[in-house]
Design a protein around this ligand. Structure first.
Ligand SMILES: Cc1ncc(COP(=O)(O)O)c(C=O)c1O
Length: 359
């Protein structure tokens, strides 16, 4: 994808702050005997940033899309595909991923056949369903699957994983971690060897990690949001020892006018994006139209740094701001800055219309 190199809209990536977070989190993980697999998917494919992370000592990266791993193929780092592979992509998964998370034996068998074809052995981390209800096998299926690995020569049971805090908002707890630990024990007993990877969760495991309450059996965590945003997902709470505000979105004012706050004329039920909007009559207001829209990001995922700006709405390519109350006397061509959340960055890094500036 040819990404825009225009000055705006742009996302500034504060690389030093992110690298500092990565080193801090990796250090804490190491103190607790845990290997950090860094989830870089929020960057879409950004070779420059991921190369910095690898240089800083990150030795395992996780992506949800195989295309991103293909972009990173030259990097000397272990690469995991963390979204369950599609049957249609097993060829690339075997070629470009060192390991993949799996929850369907039919897919694992397909990976086995493809790996035999490519004269390789592919590492599989089987996912156990711990209650968050996204990917994962229930216990009986998991035990049967583990046994089947004995018959599959070109896939290696690399480990077990669980995923929490994604769909069901389920947090890691001593109780569900103890359940996972027991499943790990049973699997290790079944296969007669310790698993190399016991991957116990994501950024929401940070509190248990720091408190030292994760079971010792857990030797891996896959973390993204904590490192990129210094934020604890699900609780949406800052992690006080990590840097926040590591990204800034900037765009330019393309129209600046005083206008009434109430539309006039016959109104339909919804706007151009299919949304019904309530308007409040606040008289004549100073409104700035900026070059950014729903095609780039969801409004709920960005927040003006100038707290006196009120975001009124957007269409696919425009965002409408009320700047009347701001202390700054905005002019046409001025730049407006926004803070982002994880979902906002994910969207902005996926579009080719937003430039990236690594500082
Ligand atoms: C399977 C899997 N593991 C780990 C993560 C990382 O989650 P977080 O960014 O909350 O650390 C994600 C989310 O991207 C995921 O899908």
């Amino acid at each position: 994808m040819e990404v825009s190199n225009r000055p705006y809209p742009s996302v500034e990536i504060k690389i030093d702050r992110i690298l500092e977070n990565a080193r801090t989190v990796q250090g804490i993980c190491r103190e607790h005997g845990i290997r950090l697999s860094m989830v870089t998917k929020v960057l879409s494919d950004n070779l420059e940033v991921v190369s910095h992370l690898v240089d800083a000592g990150i030795d395992c990266i996780c992506e949800a899309r195989i295309d991103n791993l293909i972009s990173y193929r030259e990097l000397d780092v272990e690469k995991w595909l963390i979204r369950i592979p599609m049957l249609s992509e097993v060829k690339d998964v075997v070629r470009f991923a060192d390991a993949s998370l799996n929850s369907e034996m039919e897919t694992v068998r397909a990976l086995n056949r493809e790996a035999a074809h490519q004269h390789r052995v592919h590492n599989v981390i089987l996912m156990y369903e711990l209650g968050d209800l996204r990917e994962g096998m229930m216990r009986d299926e998991l035990m049967a699957s583990v046994r089947e690995f004995g018959e599959l020569e070109n896939v290696h049971l690399y480990g077990l994983g669980v995923n929490l805090s994604c769909y069901g908002q389920v947090l890691p707890s001593e109780r569900n971690m103890a359940e996972f630990r027991q499943v790990v024990r049973d699997v290790e007993e079944e296969i007669g060897r310790p698993l190399e990877i016991v991957s116990g969760g994501n950024s929401t495991s940070m509190e248990m990690l720091v408190a030292g309450t994760l079971p010792p059996a857990i030797n891996n965590l896959r973390m993204g949001e904590a490192i990129f945003f210094g934020n604890l997902p699900c609780k949406d709470r800052p992690i006080d020892f990590l840097n926040r505000d590591n990204f800034v979105l900037r765009t330019q004012i393309i129209e600046l006018k005083e206008k009434p706050s109430m539309p006039w004329g016959n109104q339909g039920d919804v706007n151009a994006l299919g949304v019904s909007t309530q308007f409040v009559d606040r008289g004549i207001r100073k409104r700035a139209l900026v070059a950014l829209g729903r095609q780039d990001v969801n409004l709920y995922d960005i927040q003006p740094l100038d707290k006196q700006i009120n975001v009124l709405g957007c269409s696919s390519d425009h965002t409408i701001l009320d700047v009347t109350d701001s202390e700054r006397d905005y002019k046409l061509g001025d730049i407006v800055e926004f803070r982002l959340d994880y979902a906002g960055l994910l969207a902005l890094m996926t579009t080719k219309h937003v430039s990236r500036k690594i500082v």
